[in-house]
Every structure is written in structure tokens, then in C-alpha cells.
Write a protein that binds this ligand. Structure first.
Ligand SMILES: NC(=O)C1=CN([C@@H]2O[C@H](COP(=O)(O)OP(=O)(O)OC[C@H]3O[C@@H](n4cnc5c(N)ncnc54)[C@H](OP(=O)(O)O)[C@@H]3O)[C@@H](O)[C@H]2O)[C@@H](O)CC1
Ligand SMILES: Nc1ncnc2c1ncn2[C@@H]1O[C@H](COP(=O)(O)OP(=O)(O)O)[C@@H](O)[C@H]1O
Length: 337
């Protein structure tokens, strides 16, 4: 059985993405979140403001139309749109969208954006009716000048078929790192989800999953993976799905299929709804800033734990909320520097 390793404080601190003097908002990384269904706008708000605090230069949210006002109200510096066009595209039959087994070379051959910052809507905003929407070769520029990443699934309702459709559309179209969280995770067990993950793995496109114990068990079940040891589960999920897996809990384990990292600095103050959405936004923001999947998960998890401890010191471990964890991210960063 493989042993888990721990990072030293110095190793974690060395991962902090300090901006250089000539940075601009695009060079600091753009994160696009596809998150927040009508019932869970809060998850999109929490993940998005956590991304901003975690240093992403540009945070864009595509959420359900019902959630737009709430997400806009969460922070005026977020760029927020309804996911209507993307959702309409996702609902097309895969045959109409184009074969999901299409050649990766075709994706690479798509013309690069001239301004290097086309967003999630470019392919869907041609003014054509939805049934004639072109296949989005890539969500965002194919050859980005600046780092970018996508987060999909926080605040999705796993029971709604649209959740799986949106998740697969992002996995298919994003020529960049994708983090799958919350109600998007169940989509990965379907034949289409498995195929898309395999294709991303072969193409060298990083995918990160961030399940809690219940979600990890649902990912393990169809493959009959043992769930009794969370460290081994992180390793096995990573290997089986071709992703970097961060299995969350009182102790969190991160695996890229070769190594396992143990993160044990958390606190029960984190056992509250929404703290997982905060962690997803932090890790995805670090992916958008160019950290490797394991480094992004390690740094996000370490800062998440430190932020919760700092908040609990002031507010007690009874009172800390997910919003308090976001507010304490700056203290967590300062404590490492
Ligand atoms: N403010 C918002 O908008 C918020 C929105 N949110 C969004 O809601 C969506 C659904 O996410 P969810 O986690 O609430 O539900 P779901 O994935 O169905 O799992 C629940 C079942 O799993 C099991 N379970 C076992 N171990 C577990 C563990 N360690 N932690 C948790 N569960 C564990 C347990 O079943 P049991 O073991 O009791 O049978 C439990 O009944 C998702 O998109 C998320 O982003 C939330 O983040 C909250 C704030
Ligand atoms: N007892 C605990 N000790 C330390 N960390 C915890 C504890 N309980 C939960 N957490 C952390 O809180 C977060 C909860 O995530 P998750 O269950 O996905 O919440 P949500 O879906 O409500 O956002 C995870 O990062 C997990 O590691």
C-alpha cells in the first residue's frame, strides 16, 4: 500500500503565485466558472469570490439565469452572464453537436482568437439559431496567450440532466485545465464522461476532481473501487478516471495517480455548507494562474485550512461560515509569507 507524503511549510509557501511588476489581469490568469443552478446560487458566489481572493486576474461566471442577480451582487468585479447559450448547446443531442470522439487535431487546428481572450460564449454568440450553433471547438482561445482554467459543477443539482450535459460540454470544449466539483461529478461516471476524460488525458489536458466522501463513493461505485481508505481512494480515483483527485474530509488526500499527498491541517470549523465551494474556487484560481494540478490542490487546501483556523480564532469554531473562510484567505496567505 502506497504511503502518503506531506509538504513542509516552506514547500507550500514556495507555491504562492506572487504577481510580477508587469502583470495585467489576463497574465494573472482567467478562471471561468460554470456554476450555480437556480437552487444553489450561493455555491457560484462562494467559488467566484474565493477565486478573486486567491489571485485570479479575471473571474467570469456563467450561471443559471435565476442566479445572475445574486452572483452579480456577491462582487461587482465579477463578470457574470447567464449560461443560456451554453446550456442550449449542451442540450443538443451529441450527434448534432458533432462526434465527441472527434479528432483532437481538429480542435488544435481551430483558429486562435486574435485578442487572446475570447470567453465561453464566443462560439455560441454568432446570432445563429441554437439548432445551428457550431460545435465549440474550444471554450476560450485554442492557443491562449495567457493562462486560463475552468471550474464546472459547484452548485449543480446532480439530479438535473442539464448538470451532466454542461459538465460534458466543458470537458469536451475546454482546451485548458478543468476542475470538476459538486453536482458536476456524477457526470464523470457516464460513458460520455469517461470517454471525454480519457480524451483529455491523452491530449495532456489536466482535469481535477474535488469530491467529498459521499461524492467519492459515488465515483467509486461503478468501478467497484474500495472506499474504506481515503488515501488509497484518491489514488485509485485518479488512476481510474485519468485525473488529479482531491478527496476532501477531516484529512484531505490529493493524488495524481503516482503520489498521494496528505493534508491534515484542517479544522472542524470547516464542517459547514459551502466551504467545499470555497476550496474549489481557490484550487481552480491557482490552476488558472498556471500551477500544476497537484500544486494547486496542495496550496488551496493548505490556505483553506489556515483561513478557517484564523477565522475560528476570532469567531470560534462554532460560528465560522464559508464566507468567513473567504474573508480570511488574505490572513492565510500572509501567515505563509
Ligand atoms: N450555498 C450553496 O449554494 C451550496 C451549494 N452546495 C451545492 O449543492 C450541491 C449538492 O452538494 P451536497 O454535498 O449538499 O449533496 P450531495 O453531493 O448530494 O451529497 C450529499 C450526500 O452525500 C453523503 N455524504 C457522505 N459523506 C459526506 C461528506 N463528507 N460530506 C457531505 N456529504 C456526504 C451524504 O449521504 P449519507 O452518507 O448521509 O447517506 C449526503 O446526504 C453541490 O453542487 C454543491 O456545490 C453545497 O456546497 C452547499 C452550499
Ligand atoms: N471535520 C473536519 N475537519 C477538517 N476539515 C473538514 C471537516 N469537515 C469538512 N471539512 C472540510 O470542509 C470542506 C467541505 O466540503 P464539502 O463537503 O464539499 O462542502 P460543500 O459541498 O457544502 O461546499 C472540505 O474541504 C473538507 O475537507
Amino acid at each position: 500500500m502506497q504511503r502518503a507524503k506531506k509538504y513542509t511549510l516552506e514547500q507550500v509557501a514556495a507555491l504562492l503565485p506572487w504577481p510580477d511588476d508587469l502583470a495585467n489581469k489576463y497574465s494573472r490568469g482567467k478562471l471561468t466558472l460554470i456554476a450555480g443552478c437556480a437552487d444553489y446560487p450561493g455555491a457560484a458566489c462562494l467559488a467566484a469570490v474565493a477565486s478573486q481572493r486567491m489571485g485570479a486576474g479575471y473571474t467570469e461566471v456563467a450561471c443559471s439565469p435565476e442566479s445572475v442577480a445574486a452572483v452579480r451582487a456577491a462582487s461587482p468585479s465579477l463578470v457574470v452572464r447567464a449560461w443560456d447559450e451554453l446550456a442550449a448547446y449542451a442540450q443538443l443531442d451529441p450527434d448534432e453537436r458533432g462526434s465527441i470522439a472527434g479528432s483532437p487535431a481538429a480542435v488544435q487546428a481551430a483558429p486562435a482568437s486574435s485578442d487572446g481572450r475570447a470567453g465561453v460564449y464566443r462560439a455560441c454568440r454568432s446570432g445563429r439559431p441554437v439548432h445551428a450553433a457550431p460545435r465549440p471547438k474550444a471554450l476560450g482561445p485554442v492557443a491562449p496567450r495567457h493562462p486560463l482554467a475552468f471550474l464546472v459543477g459547484s452548485g449543480f443539482d446532480a439530479a438535473d440532466p442539464l448538470s451532466a450535459q454542461l459538465t460534458c460540454t466543458v470537458l469536451e470544449g475546454a482546451a485548458a485545465a478543468v476542475l470538476v466539483d459538486g453536482g458536476g461529478l456524477d457526470a464523470l461516471t457516464s460513458p460520455e464522461g469517461r470517454l471525454l476524460l480519457r480524451r483529455r488525458f491523452i491530449d495532456g489536458l489536466p482535469t481535477v476532481i474535488t469530491p467529498h466522501a459521499g461524492e467519492a463513493a459515488r465515483l467509486a461505485a461503478p468501478l467497484a473501487l474500495p472506499t474504506d481508505d481515503p488515501a488509497q481512494l484518491a489514488l485509485l480515483l485518479s488512476q481510474a478516471y485519468g485525473v488529479t483527485a482531491m478527496v476532501k474530509g477531516p484529512v484531505t488526500y490529493i493524488s495524481d495517480g503516482e503520489t498521494i499527498v496528505r493534508m491534515s491541517d484542517g479544522t472542524s470549523a470547516l464542517a459547514k455548507a459551502g466551504t467545499g465551494d470555497v476550496l474549489a474556487g481557490m484550487a481552480a484560481a491557482l490552476l488558472a494562474q498556471g500551477l500544476t494540478p497537484v500544486d494547486a490542490c496542495v496550496l488551496a487546501s493548505a490556505l483553506h485550512a489556515r483561513a478557517a483556523r484564523a477565522a475560528a480564532k476570532r469567531l470560534t469554531s462554532i460560528c465560522v461560515t464559508a464566507e468567513d473562510v473567504v474573508a480570511a484567505i488574505p490572513e492565510a496567505i500572509a501567515s505563509l509569507s
